[in-house]
Design a protein around this ligand. Structure first.
Ligand code: SAM
Length: 275
């Protein structure tokens, strides 16, 4: 358990993930009914971008730094960028902090974080928000007991560190088990795109489990070294995803490009045949 998200906070993959997360939350909150948000791998909540770890990689400057410098970002990013701009300078909000920034009195957040120091930092980061419950726990183990949540409306974010070679398989298995118990939930699964064959196996596994309504949002910033491409698999995404996020994704790929071949793609995957 060596992974520290501070090295990567605010990079292109975070901007994509967090932009989509906040846009989806805003979409779901158009209805008054209570929502449950479950963050299985939550991190520490607030990241100090002036810390040596963040400065060492410089990833935030090429990600959120570039986006904040633009005068006219796409409207789909507004919920996310409003929250980032409200943070103290040189700090970046992680997923549970963003959720805490959007939560309404009737909503609830459950955030699992296995690393004791990160979990303690997360408790401090969300201390003022009574709707958040932080569990110092394994998100994969806890998820089956957290779904379906009361009211059966809301979303699950699964954002593991990919330290283990079999993390895509663990992600697929954890998600499929949760989806069996709560098929109408909205799911966001983050993944790095490094090994195309492993990724195809991951998609095949989801297809064999007959998961309907899957969408892929992918971004490749054409980075010469290190992680260049990442994406999210969304299940039960809002119907307006393609119309609103196709231009937003293209804008993000252009704005955060690190090479001439940066690209983005939004794909709605064919579901199982109607029975
Ligand atoms: N979701 C966060 C965000 O968007 O701001 C970033 C999370 S980071 C990619 C992954 C986190 O998962 C790390 O903080 C790591 O300590 C934690 N972690 C690793 N294994 C875990 C597990 N089995 N259950 C819960 N958390 C875990």
């Amino acid at each position: 358990m060596n992974y520290r998200h501070l090295y990567h906070a605010g990079n292109f993959a975070d901007v994509l993930k967090h932009g989509l997360l906040c846009w989806i939350v805003a979409y779901l909150q158009q209805k008054e009914a209570p929502l449950s948000f479950i963050d299985t791998h939550a991190g520490r909540g607030i990241y100090d971008l002036s810390a040596p770890e963040a400065l060492k990689t410089g990833e935030a400057a090429l990600g959120i730094g570039r986006v904040l410098a633009e005068a006219d970002p796409p409207a789909a990013l507004n919920p996310f960028l409003g929250l980032v701009r409200a943070q103290p300078p040189a700090t970046y909000p992680g997923s549970p902090r963003l959720l805490a920034g959007m939560v309404r009195p009737q909503d609830r957040i459950t955030a699992c974080e296995l690393h004791p120091e990160e979990a303690a930092a997360l408790r401090r980061a969300v201390a003022g928000t009574s709707q958040v419950r932080v569990l110092e726990a394994d998100g994969y183990q806890r998820l089956p007991g957290l779904v379906p949540p009361p009211g059966k409306r809301g979303l699950v974010l699964m954002d593991p560190p990919f330290e283990q070679p079999d993390e895509l398989a663990a992600l697929a298995a954890g998600f499929i088990a949760a989806h069996r118990k709560w098929p109408t939930g909205l799911y966001m699964l983050w993944f790095p795109l490094k090994d195309r064959a492993a990724f195809d196996r991951f998609l095949d596994e989801l297809r064999s489990a007959q998961i309907p309504r899957m969408s892929l949002c992918l971004i490749d910033v054409d980075r010469p070294q290190g992680l260049s491409a990442a994406g999210l698999l969304l299940v039960n995404a809002p119907y307006t995803l393609k119309a609103e996020w196709t231009p937003a994704l293209e804008w993000l790929a252009r704005t955060m490009a690190q090479g001439p071949n940066a690209s983005a793609r939004l794909e709605e995957l064919a579901g199982p045949p109607a029975s």
